[in-house]
Design a protein around this ligand. Structure first.
Ligand SMILES: *Cc1c(COP(=O)(O)O)cnc(C)c1O
Ligand code: SF4
Length: 356
């Protein structure tokens, strides 16, 4: 496995790495065996950014890391069961970029930029464009949170909130920290995995000032855990920041019980506690990543009992139309094969779920 990616001029700051990302079909086809026309067509709909660090980890065509970042014609496949926003994030958004689904917490999408554009992204509809969230939008979101007495937690998400510069992160954290009813802040980021150089000493020092601060990271495959990503996670953990993982169950990436177990074990070693294993949402452009729920249950059965319970995440599906997340438990009993799944959420409402 490769160690830190060093550019010819020796500058491996995260800004430099980001600036050197592959963002055009021409550049990609020069270094990877891809069809330029396919990449061009996919890019008319969805953005591409592959930074040199993550690029350096790809070891095989169509392998688990390749699939997550190299555009694929399958993204343009039509499927009427899939929608850009099946979870109704937009209808549940009282102000731009903020989703208020549960009474006590809000999801605040403060950035539309990412260190890499994941092909399986559940927010494919809104990642990429620059300026989607302005400073004004962020201020409006903060004002909304301040006006909501029941909101105890703010989850910063995106895109990737850590693509914002340090000074904007600092301003936002201190604004949220000053709201009396907000007990804690959680950050959802992929940077410790996709661009661990982002976790600088300055950033860690800044985070220290805003405890209790929790960080959840999306790691999807054991090959994403390198010396550099391990160092990034350890420096956050050393600063007293509890780390969790939110892995997405993805066909051709980690839909294998042994791969998943290796990932969970590696995460524990770098002090990242497996939190959720997300069933892939029915998002337009991601059909080729979706597995059956049965696959997920079999993986859960495999993990439970074979490895430390500390490393067994909850397997979750997010119900359509804003129903919220619910845990899926493996059937340890005996059951028939369901052709139509229906689930009940925390409020007792029943939802149909599109199955494979
Ligand atoms: C996932 C999600 C949350 C957080 O849910 P937890 O179960 O607390 O991790 C909050 N708001 C929205 C809209 C979400 O999708
Ligand atoms: S980092 Fe997260 S938000 Fe950004 S493209 Fe990947 S999955 Fe989507």
């Amino acid at each position: 496995m490769s160690d830190i990616y060093t550019l010819s001029n020796g500058d491996h700051s995260w800004q430099r790495l980001l600036a050197d990302s592959i963002v055009t079909p021409e550049a990609l086809s020069r270094i990877m065996p891809v069809d330029m026309e396919t990449v061009r067509r996919v890019m008319q709909k969805y953005p591409m950014r592959i930074n040199p660090y993550f690029l350096s980890l790809i070891s095989e065509k169509n392998g688990p890391l390749w699939r997550q970042c190299i555009p694929d014609m399958e993204e343009l496949a039509q499927d009427i069961a899939l929608e850009p926003d099946p979870l109704w994030e937009e209808p549940q958004s009282p102000v731009a970029g903020l989703v208020h689904r549960y009474p006590d917490r809000v999801l605040f999408m403060v950035s539309s930029q990412c260190a890499m554009y994941c092909r399986h992204c559940m927010r494919k509809r809104r990642v990429g464009p620059v300026g989607l969230m302005t400073e004004k939008d962020i201020d409006r979101g903060v004002a909304y949170i301040r006006s909501q007495p029941d909101v105890r937690e703010v989850i910063l998400s995106g895109g990737d909130p850590l693509l914002l510069p340090d000074d904007r992160i600092e301003r936002l954290l201190s604004q949220l920290h000053d709201i009396p009813q907000v007990d804690m802040i959680r950050i959802h980021t992929r940077t410790p995995c996709t661009l661990p150089q982002r976790i600088t000493g300055d950033l860690v020092a800044l985070f220290r000032r805003f405890a209790p601060l929790y960080i959840n990271i999306q790691f999807n495959h054991p090959d994403e855990i390198t010396q550099v990503s391990a160092r990034a996670c350890e420096s956050l953990a050393d600063a007293g920041i509890p780390l969790g993982s939110q892995t997405v169950l993805l066909k051709g990436v980690n839909d294998d019980p042994e791969v998943m177990m290796r990932l969970m074990r590696e995460l524990l070693k770098i002090r990242v506690r497996p939190y959720y294993l997300h069933h892939a949402d029915p998002i337009e452009g991601t059909r080729h990543f979706r597995t059956s729920i049965e696959t997920g249950k079999q993986i859960m059965i495999h993990l439970r009992g074979r490895m430390s319970g500390m490393g067994v995440p909850h397997y979750m599906i997010d119900l359509p139309q804003g129903g919220g997340k619910i845990p899926i438990l493996p059937d340890y009993g005996v059951s028939g094969k369901p052709s139509k799944l229906m689930f009940r959420n925390f409020a007792g409402e029943v939802y149909d779920y599109p199955c494979e």
